[in-house]
Design a protein around this ligand. Structure first.
Ligand code: URA
Length: 423
């Protein structure tokens, strides 16, 4: 077999055979298929798609490219959540300890932000001392002591996806449903969780801009998980506006701690509790009430154990940006729009995100949103506070926000927070 045969088959709209898929993923992982050949194939897949059989074969081949983790030694069920990424999406931070406090183990391999979306590991790294890289033995030990572990995937997990994702990122081939679904699910299945809840974001700040595309992605991923023996359910949730009020690494940790202390913005609390219920149901745990575990401090206790077990100090003062700038309401009326993509892009330009994988992030940079769509505002009232380490960053952030918010006579429609549930 050779790479050209596989590329030409997909370029001409054909179906790849199981043997072709297995060969190309294995040969690419070993370096026998070159990056330029794999990018041609990824583009052919983006343009011509793959059917369910091909996507399942592609996912399984990526899983087989590396190790598969096994939590069968644990005495309680495992449950995980994956979000397709958004702006202000800090849900993993309160959710993982909350679900642990309710009786499941949460082994979560997370990623870093790229572009306008934030990454869970960048957020947690703003806590002094916290470590993202753990060996498999360390993961097991944190799980046993804290009930939840959030860390980076080791190099042995789905290495084919690691290589392919980096290639897609620079060849305009990220936005393919078969490639996104197989990328996410190969890592989640290899991670060894018994059940999985997918939070598929919809709207300007998400990969999937329309409910139709998000539903297709969700259905594809649920089928992949179910076929692999992982109890999988997906929620479609709103990402037309930022989630909560904090966007940026340390700012989002602060907001998550407020949620764990029984406060925090209502949308973050609602989504955290809903996802926790879904995770517990998927794990077969009934009885514990996540809303109660937030109120009685047991989720906070699990958070403190989880952060401490990974070297972090839950009482440490979080990094703060040196400079702030207030964006005021241009008129009196209703804030009718606050675009998630514009806010994410502005936070990124303030230093909260990175342009290249190797860049550092500023832990203190980001945006605090003071008004959400539907709120009444007065002219001159603060709408947002921008945080950055240098004042020079404010101008480009303001440019990103231009046209991203509107104050008008009446509210426009926003997406419901939870739009659909797919099983
Ligand atoms: N996240 C992933 O892990 N893979 C994708 O392809 C997109 C988002």
């Amino acid at each position: 077999m050779d790479a050209i045969e596989v590329i030409v088959a997909k370029r001409d709209g054909g179906e790849l055979t199981a043997a072709q898929i297995d060969w190309v993923i294995d040969a690419y992982t070993r370096g026998e298929v070159a990056d330029e050949q794999m990018s041609a194939l990824a583009m052919a897949i983006l343009l011509n798609g793959m059917n369910r059989r091909e996507i399942a074969g592609w996912t399984q081949a990526m899983i087989r490219s590396g190790e598969r983790m096994d939590w069968s030694a644990l005495d309680r069920p495992t449950a995980d959540k994956h979000s397709t990424g958004g702006v202000g999406d800090k849900i993993t931070l309160p959710l993982a300890p909350l679900v642990a406090a309710c009786g499941a183990y949460v082994p979560q391999l997370s990623g870093r932000g790229l572009g306008h979306t934030g990454g869970t590991l960048d957020k947690l790294e703003s806590i002094p001392g916290w470590r993202a890289s753990l060996s498999n033995d360390e993961m097991l030990s944190v799980l046993r002591s804290a009930g939840a572990v959030v860390c980076a995937a080791g190099s042995g997990l789905a290495p084919a996806d690691k290589k392919l994702y980096a290639l897609r990122d620079v060849t305009g081939t990220v936005e393919s449903i078969p490639l996104i679904a197989s990328s996410i699910m190969s890592k989640k299945i290899a991670e060894g969780t018994g059940s999985l809840v997918l939070d598929v974001k919809v709207g300007s700040g998400a990969f999937m801009k329309t409910p139709e595309r998000a539903r297709e992605l969700a259905e594809t991923m649920v089928a992949l998980g179910t076929d692999a023996g992982v109890r999988t359910v997906a929620l479609l949730t709103a990402m037309d506006r930022p989630l909560g009020r904090a966007v940026g690494n340390a700012l989002e940790v602060q907001e998550s701690v407020e949620v764990l202390a029984g406060g925090g913005p209502s949308d973050v609390v609602e989504l955290t509790v809903r996802l926790a219920r879904e995770m517990l149901e998927a794990a077969g745990i009934s009885g514990p009430d996540p809303a109660k575990a937030l109120a009685d401090g047991s989720a906070m206790d699990a958070w403190r154990r989880m952060i401490t077990a990974q070297g972090g100090d839950p009482d440490a003062v979080l990094p703060k940006a040196a400079e702030t700038m207030v964006v005021e309401a241009p008129a009196s009326g209703v804030l009718s729009r606050l675009d998630a993509y514009a806010v994410g892009l502005a936070a990124w330009r303030l230093g909260a995100g990175r342009a290249r994988k190797e860049d550092p992030v500023s832990f203190g940079a980001g945006i605090m949103v003071h008004a959400k769509p539907g709120d009444l505002v007065r002219a001159g009232q603060p709408l947002m506070t921008l945080h950055a380490d240098e004042t020079a960053r404010f101008e480009r952030a303001l440019e990103a926000l231009r046209g991203g918010y509107e104050v008008g006579p009446a509210s426009t429609e926003v997406l419901p927070l939870v739009m659909d549930r797919i099983t």
